[in-house]
Design a protein around this ligand. Structure first.
Ligand code: IMP
Length: 431
């Protein structure tokens, strides 16, 4: 049975949640493997419109097992709020399992993230301010608390006491912040533990029992390949592993078990936060058209409400992302956003002085200076959001999608032409 990773091929916000929500009905387990509540997506289905940050998109189908796996960093307050808001709308969370090995985002992580960003001034990364970087840093430094720790009173107190003293010293001496009280933090996180008792468990057993039964499994990515700590546009990246290797690591599934890696790409590109963006279009009518302000799919961040930066499809970055992650299937989302363009540009190379670069250079300074080499294709000037079959799309739209896949170097799986489930056009089977 297929075990498929769905990853973002760009800088996040490609519409992965929308695709996973659709594909979930063909699977029996959805596993979120990395990132935290820096992610966010809107799922629109017959039950309503939902904004999810941590809980996998399979939650809307009562037959699907949903797992928040080891590689995720969890802000328990946010998770509890998400559970409560789903339950309040009649969506059961009884089949949600949270890894006891997943690290917990603590209040000092959120403070550190925001204070460090302020201190960076012009050199800021543009983080979401949710404590993601500091939580992963503590995990690697081996001073993190894990979800399982919240379930054991004594262990929690011992771990908190050990770490809080050091954190308070740093926060107070460097940033002049009032120390966090051990007593208050202990009671608050113990209470979170009580509220999450029925969810936090050893998900290794849950996942591998399902694999033994040979059920179809979806690994749901967050963020995107170009935000990867190793392969992204460092330091303007997140602190996790959003790609296919991260899917295996974060879910505790060996790489030999993956049957396919689906790369989700927008038909153009967006980015939030700072960092290089070679094909960015600055204030112009084209940028306004891509942003779709006022429409349900406007380019505004689900988590932070920030206006997204927009630009043309960057095939240099996309091919690189495909190579790093072994993407074998391409999903193109938001094709309808390009409906009114007369001409559409695709970046097929970068120029630096007289040199043509085939791959993105490692240095941010260099990447900021490359000149995109564009190929132009005719637009289709026809609404596509009502189209339900690939061969009914205007010929120009079909050619555009085919060219993107050719440049990425993988076969086409799905095209989407709007936020509703029925606006997803399955071109080739992906699960
Ligand atoms: P952090 O993950 O909050 O540390 O932010 C680091 C960078 O990743 C910033 O540029 C964020 O805007 C970006 N980022 C993090 N999560 C997402 C996401 O889900 N979508 C898009 N960008 C993201």
């Amino acid at each position: 049975m297929p075990i498929v990773a769905v990853i973002g091929g760009q800088w996040g916000d490609e519409g992965k949640g929308h695709i996973v929500d659709y594909l979930a009905s063909r699977s029996q387990m959805v596993i979120r493997y990395g990132g935290g509540n820096n992610a966010g997506h809107t799922v629109t289905n017959e039950q309503g419109v939902f904004k999810l940050h941590l809980i996998p998109s399979g939650i809307f189908d009562p037959t699907i097992i949903n797992v928040i796996a080891h590689g995720v960093v969890i802000d328990p307050g946010v998770l509890i709020e998400e559970i409560q808001s789903l339950e309040a709308k009649g969506i059961s969370t009884s089949r949600l399992f949270v890894s006891d090995r997943a690290h917990v985002i603590m209040p000092y992580h959120v403070m550190q993230d925001q204070l460090q960003e302020q201190a960076r001034g012009d050199g800021k990364i543009g983080t979401t301010g949710r404590g993601i970087g500091p939580a992963y840093a503590d995990k690697v430094e081996r001073v993190g608390l894990r979800a399982g720790d919240l379930l054991h009173e004594e262990l929690l107190l011992e771990r908190l006491r050990a770490v809080l003293e050091e954190k308070n010293r740093v926060l107070n001496r460097i940033y002049g912040v009032k120390p966090i009280s051990l007593h208050d933090a202990y009671l608050r996180f113990l209470n979170y533990g009580h509220q999450l008792t029925n969810y936090v468990t050893d998900v290794h057993a849950v996942i591998h029992r399902a694999l033994e039964k040979d059920v179809p499994v979806l690994l749901e990515g967050a963020q995107g390949a170009l935000l990867d700590i190793d392969h992204g546009t460092y330091p303007y990246v997140t602190s996790s592993l959003p790609g296919a290797a991260g899917a295996c690591q974060g879910a505790g599934i060996g790489p030999t078990r993956l049957s396919s890696v689906i790369g989700v790409f927008k038909a153009y590109v967006t980015r939030v936060g700072e960092g290089p963006f070679p094909t960015e279009i600055h204030d112009s009518p084209d940028a306004d058209m891509l942003r779709q302000i006022g429409k349900p799919w406007a380019e505004v961040g689900t988590t932070t409400g920030r206006l997204r930066r927009v630009g043309w499809f960057d095939a240099v970055m996309a091919r690189y992302a495909a190579e790093v992650n072994g993407i074998d299937t391409v999903v193109i989302t938001k094709l309808d956003v390009l409906d009114e363009f007369q001409r559409i540009k695709i970046c097929v190379g970068y120029k630096r002085h007289d040199e043509l670069l085939e791959y993105p250079p490692m240095s941010t300074a260099l990447l900021n200076k490359v000149e995109p080499v564009y190929e132009e294709m005719p637009g289709w000037n026809t609404p596509t959001s009502e189209v339900r079959e690939f061969h009914h799309l205007p010929e120009e739209a079909q050619s555009y999608v085919a060219r993107l896949c050719q440049l990425v170097g993988a076969r086409l799986g799905i095209v989407s032409v709007g936020p509703e489930r029925d606006q997803i056009i399955m071109v080739n089977d992906v699960l």
